[in-house]
Design a protein around this ligand. Structure first.
Ligand code: PEP
Ligand code: CO
Length: 476
C-alpha cells in the first residue's frame, strides 16, 4: 500500500479514470435479480447502519486501486506474478495481532520464494480486511426438524443454532467495517515499519517448519537474496531503501451489495466511482450471472474486478460478463479466477481461454486451485473416525496449478497468478505435502469453519514448487 493518494499526487492527471456508464448508479443493481443476500427483518435498523457506513471514511484510496490495476496489466503481459491468498473466511475473533502477523508473514515468505524463482515482481493480495461474508448453497439449515437461516459469516449473523443468533443483524456490518479497518491499520504499520525489510532476515525466519525438508532450500534463497542485496548496495554506495517495504493489497468477495454500495464513492479530481472497501473485490461463482445484481453493481466500479469461473461457466455468458464489465477493453480491469479442479481443468479451461482470446478481450488469468478440489473424506482412526470431513489434497492443488501453466503456455496466454486459501498457522485441514498429512491427521488441528486451508508449511512448499518449475530457467 503506497502512502499518499491521488487527490494530492501531481501525477494524478496522467492516470486515467474510468467514468461509470450513464445508466449506472451505486443502486442500479436493485432493479436486477440478486442472490445470496440476507433478509434483514428490521429494515429501519438496516437503513440506519447503511447511513452510518456511508459517512465513515474509506478503507483504501483511489490511488492505490489505480496503481493495482496498472500492476495487473503488467501481470497479464507476464511481467509480474500475482500471489493472492488468505483464509476462506475471516472471523471477528481472529482479528488479533498474532493471526494478522502470521498471515502476513507466510504471504511475504511465499512472495520471496516466488520472486527468487520467477525473477518477476510479485503483486501481493490478501483475502483479508473484509472477507467476512460467505455464499451458501442453502438459505436455510435444518436440524432435528427446526429450520433457521444459514450462517452467512460474521458480517451477517452468528453461527449458534438459535433464531436470535441466525437472524441477520445489520449492526454486524459496522463491526465488520471496524475490524477491516483495524486489520488494515496493523498491516499498513507492519509493512511500512520494517516487517518486510530484507535487511532484517530474522523476520524471514521459518517458525515451526525449521526442521522441515524445505527449510534448507528456503534458507538458501534468503541467504542468496541477502547477498545480492549487499552486493547491489555496495555498488550503489548505500542502503536500497526500496527494499525496506513492500506493497500489500486487500480483497474480499463482493457479496453483500448493501454494504458494498455504502462504501462506493466518488473522489475529488477522479472520474468514476470507486469501491473503497477494498482494492480488488471479486464476484464468486454463485453470483456471477451476467444479468444479475452483482455484475450490474461491478459494471460501474473503477476497481479491478475478479470473476470466478468453473466447469459450469458457458463461453457466451463469460464473454457477456467481460464485455459488460469492461466495454473499453482496459488492460488490468477484469481478472478471471479459474477454479475447475485438477480433474476438470484440462477439459474446461482451454475452451474458455480460446473463446476469450478469439473475442480479443483483455483479461488477467489467475488460477484458484482450491475450490474445485474440495472433497469429503471419512477418517478411519483418530478423534474423527467415522465422521465426514471437508478436505483438499495437496497433490490436486499442485496438479491444477501445473496444468494451468501448461494450458496457458499452449494457448499462447499468460497465467498471471494464483489465488490460494491458506493460513500462517500449523493447521491440519488439507492432506499431503512434504509432511505427508493423512486423513487421520485431520482431527489434530482442523480450525476452519468453512473451507480447508493449506497450512504454513504446505503454502511455502507450493510456492517453492511453482518457483522451481516455472522459474526463470524454465520455458515460461
Ligand atoms: C471462495 O473463494 O471462498 C469461494 C466461495 O469461491 P467460489 O465462488 O469460487 O466457489
Ligand atoms: Co473458500
Amino acid at each position: 500500500m503506497n502512502p499518499g493518494n491521488a487527490q494530492t499526487s501531481p501525477s494524478a492527471s496522467s492516470l486515467h479514470g474510468t467514468g461509470a456508464p450513464s445508466d449506472w448508479s451505486p443502486s442500479s443493481w436493485r432493479a436486477r435479480p440478486t442472490v445470496q443476500q440476507p433478509h434483514y427483518p428490521d429494515s429501519a435498523a438496516l437503513a440506519q447502519t447503511l447511513g452510518e457506513l456511508s459517512a465513515l471514511p474509506p478503507l483504501v484510496t483511489s490511488y492505490e486501486i489505480e496503481a493495482l490495476k496498472g500492476a495487473f496489466a503488467e501481470a497479464a503481459r507476464g511481467e509480474r506474478f500475482i500471489l493472492w491468498g488468505g483464509d476462506c473466511a475471516e472471523n471477528f475473533a481472529d482479528c488479533t495481532s498474532a493471526a494478522i502477523a502470521a498471515r502476513l508473514k507466510i504471504l511475504l515468505q511465499m512472495s520471496l520464494v516466488l520472486v527468487h524463482g520467477t525473477r518477476k515482481r510479485i503483486i501481493r493480495i490478501g483475502r483479508f480486511a473484509g472477507q467476512y461474508a460467505k455464499p451458501r448453497s442453502a438459505a436455510l439449515e435444518a436440524r432435528e426438524g427446526v429450520e433457521l437461516p444459514s450462517f452467512r459469516g460474521d458480517n451477517v449473523n452468528r453461527p449458534e443454532f438459535t433464531l436470535a443468533a441466525r437472524t441477520p443483524d445489520p449492526t454486524l456490518l459496522l463491526r465488520g467495517y471496524e475490524r477491516s479497518a483495524l486489520t488494515l491499520n496493523f498491516i499498513r504499520a507492519l509493512v511500512d515499519g520494517g516487517f518486510a525489510d530484507l535487511h532484517h532476515p530474522e523476520n524471514w525466519d521459518l517458525d515451526f517448519v525449521k526442521h522441515s525438508p524445505l527449510a534448507k532450500e528456503y534458507q538458501h534463497m534468503v541467504d542468496s537474496i541477502g547477498e545480492s542485496l549487499r552486493f547491489m548496495e555496495s555498488l550503489a554506495g548505500g542502503a536500497i531503501l526500496a527494499m525496506q517495504r513492500v506493497d500489500f493489497y486487500t480483497s474480499h468477495e463482493l457479496l453483500l451489495l448493501e454494504y458494498e454500495s455504502a462504501l462506493t464513492r466518488q473522489v475529488p479530481r477522479r472520474e468514476g466511482w470507486f469501491n473503497l472497501s477494498t482494492h480488488v473485490p471479486w464476484v464468486g461463482l454463485r453470483t456471477s450471472d451476467p444479468d444479475g445484481g452483482h455484475i450490474e453493481f461491478c459494471r460501474g466500479l473503477a476497481n479491478p474486478i475478479g470473476v470466478k469461473i468453473g466447469p459450469d461457466t458457458r463461453a457466451e455468458a463469460l464473454l457477456r460478463t467481460i464485455r459488460t464489465l469492461n466495454p473499453s477493453n482496459e488492460a488490468g480491469r477484469v481478472l478471471l479466477v479459474t477454479r475447475f479442479g485438477a480433474h476438470q481443468i484440462g477439459h474446461g479451461l482451454p475452451r474458455l481461454v480460446r473463446a476469450v482470446t478469439d473475442a480479443g478481450l483483455a483479461v488477467v488469468w489467475v488460477c484458484d486451485p482450491m475450490h474445485g478440489n474440495t472433497e469429503t473424506v471419512v477418517p478411519t482412526s483418530g478423534n474423527w473416525a467415522g465422521r465426514s470431513v471437508k478436505t483438499r489434497k495437496f497433490a490436486h492443488v499442485l496438479a491444477e496449478v501445473e496444468q494451468a501453466f501448461e494450458i496457458h503456455r499452449n494457448e499462447g496466454t499468460v497465467l498471471a497468478g494464483v489465488h490460494i486459501e491458506l493460513t500462517g498457522e500449523d493447521v491440519t485441514e488439507c492432506t499431503g505435502g512434504a509432511r505427508g498429512l493423512t486423513d487421520d491427521d485431520l482431527s489434530r488441528a482442523y480450525r476452519s469453519s468453512v473451507d480447508p486451508r493449506l497450512n504454513y508449511e504446505q503454502s511455502l512448499e507450493l510456492a517453492m514448487l511453482i518457483s522451481r518449475r516455472h522459474g526463470s530457467g524454465s520455458k515460461h
